[in-house]
Design a protein around this ligand. Structure first.
Ligand code: ASP
Length: 328
């Protein structure tokens, strides 16, 4: 009986907590990469859609905590106060880092509450505007002819751009053809590419579409299994499979997470706002314009996303091991 009373009191307290949430304090999305990149962009647009979804009751702000392929930002959220005011918006790196790093200060499956998946985003292989190649074939030939002289930019070990570059180079059979240059995110990497300081990058379409359209970078291929036939610009680029890399299929996804121990009513409130935001026509239109697909329904269920991330790690581990490069 006593136990029941204690449980009932705890439940009431949790509910009261949720009722007071978010209060006047903003909700911070920790983005583990630099401002202006694909992860940052989705977080900022989603923050606005969630603000609307919560009837203007909550303000969402972004804090960029970049470094070490996103793992520094993830570690920050793992240790944050579990009150719903610090959340993580991250991508496939959530699943790739455990397969890549021998030591991580956090455990993905144990240290987080999963709020749900956000979107799926294809990647594009792009080069600096000064590259002489105009087609994927010419591009490959140029890389082979200039082995050791070219740079490939990425957002650190375990980032999406690193993963893509690693898989692509290993399939190219030219793993040492390019020197890798890590950045704190692909926004600064893009600046270096547009400026001609680095030669090549593979990045989400949410960062590359505008630059390709403006002619500031050259695009050579997309990383998805199927061509992006529905996109007015990206439909013109071949898939790596079409270019002979059988089975090459890389799509990046983003998800949202809270520190372990965040009260269930707060999580429920945030998940409800996330689901509503993912149906916001303005958010969907922006994402689709940049080549992304916003997910809904089952994929935004916390348990489903948690299982999906575990399955992605299991899928990526052998692929990363076969590609043959590790971090410490
Ligand atoms: N697109 C980046 C990556 O390669 C991260 C970012 O800046 O959002 O992982």
């Amino acid at each position: 009986m006593k136990k029941l009373v204690v449980l009932a009191l705890a439940a009431t307290a949790a509910l009261a907590h949720a009722q007071g949430f978010p209060g006047s304090k903003p909700v911070t999305f920790v983005v583990p990469f630099a401002a202006g990149g694909p992860t940052d962009r989705v977080a900022r647009d989603l923050g606005e859609a969630m603000r609307k979804a919560m009837g203007g009751q909550a303000n969402f702000v972004v804090e960029n905590v970049n470094g070490a392929g996103g793992t520094i930002g993830v570690a920050r959220v793992a240790k944050a106060s579990p009150d719903g005011h610090t959340l993580l918006v991250h991508h496939i790196g959530m699943a790739a880092a455990p397969a890549l790093y021998r030591k991580l200060s956090y455990k993905v499956q144990d240290d987080f509450e999963f709020l749900g998946m956000i979107n799926e985003v294809p990647m594009t292989l792009i080069g600096k505007p000064q590259l002489p190649a105009n087609t994927y074939r010419d591009f490959e030939n140029y890389i082979r002819a200039n082995a050791g002289k070219l740079n490939i930019a990425h957002a650190g070990l375990g980032s999406a751009s690193h993963l893509c570059g690693l898989l692509w180079q290993s399939r190219l059979g030219a793993a040492d053809a390019m020197v890798t240059i890590p950045f704190g995110g692909t926004a600064p990497a893009m600046n270096a590419l547009v400026g001609g300081q680095v030669d090549v990058m593979c990045d989400q379409t949410t960062n590359t579409t505008g630059q390709i359209e403006a002619g500031r970078v050259k695009a050579f291929a997309v990383t998805t299994a199927k061509p992006l036939s529905n996109h007015k610009l990206l439909k013109d680029y071949p898939t790596l499979q079409e270019m002979g890399m059988r089975g090459f299929d890389l799509t990046i996804w983003h998800g949202m997470y809270a520190p372990k121990g965040t009260p269930a009513p707060v999580l429920a409130q945030l998940n409800e706002a996330l689901k509503k935001a993912l149906k916001d026509p303005e958010f969907i239109k922006k994402q689709e314009g940049l080549g992304a697909i916003v997910v809904t329904d089952k994929r935004v269920e916390p348990a489903n996303h948690k299982a999906f991330v575990a399955a992605e790690t299991a899928k990526l581990k052998p692929v990363i091991e076969a590609a043959g490069k590790f971090a410490d």
